[in-house]
Design a protein around this ligand. Structure first.
Ligand code: ZN
Length: 169
């Protein structure tokens, strides 16, 4: 991947979402890309590829994504019957044009998303369809696991309540 070289004095101090660029890293990314050391508003440090900063792919040390995931889980806990809905729907729903569930075209790129209780959560935008499909799959597995756990936890609680009532406690 070719990258325009950026004058570090122009780049240091720039803010991308929660990240503030502090210095150019001596390390290089997996594909040889330029990495910038950044300071995240949550207090963590992160080294982020220049291209991800410029394209808006990375806007935090990872904390924003974690918060999004937590929001998803919070939603999950509210539900019960929708567990089944979700598992059923994911079998059939395909987004237009990419032919992949939960992946839509976004300009020349691919955007992964997951819909839960009528609300769509964006998982990120990717250069390749494969990456977007991969991310969607990962989120699905995470959600799937969390869903089933929440569902069975609830069931267990209900059962022990029922037992308590039956035994007259
Ligand atoms: Zn952070």
């Amino acid at each position: 991947m070719r990258e325009k070289s950026i004058n570090s004095s122009d780049f240091i101090g720039k803010v991308f979402g929660r990240l503030t660029v502090t210095e150019c890293s001596e390390k290089r990314g997996k594909r040889g890309e330029i990495l910038w050391k950044c300071f995240c508003s949550c207090g963590n440090a992160a080294e982020v590829p220049q291209t991800d900063l410029l394209r808006g792919n990375t806007v935090s040390c990872g904390c924003k994504k974690r918060e999004n995931n937590q929001n998803i889980y919070r939603q999950l806990r509210l539900v019960d019957g929708t567990c089944i809905d979700f598992l059923e729907k994911r079998k059939t729903r395909k987004d237009n044009r990419t032919g992949k569930i939960g992946v839509s075209l976004y300009g020349e790129r691919y955007r992964a998303n997951i819909t839960l209780q009528g609300k769509r959560y964006y998982l990120g935008t990717f250069d390749s369809l494969e990456e977007a499909v991969e991310e969607r799959k990962r989120a699905e597995e995470e959600l799937h696991g969390a869903f089933l756990k929440a569902y069975y936890d609830r069931k267990k609680e209900e059962q022990s309540e029922a037992r308590a009532i039956a035994s007259g406690k």
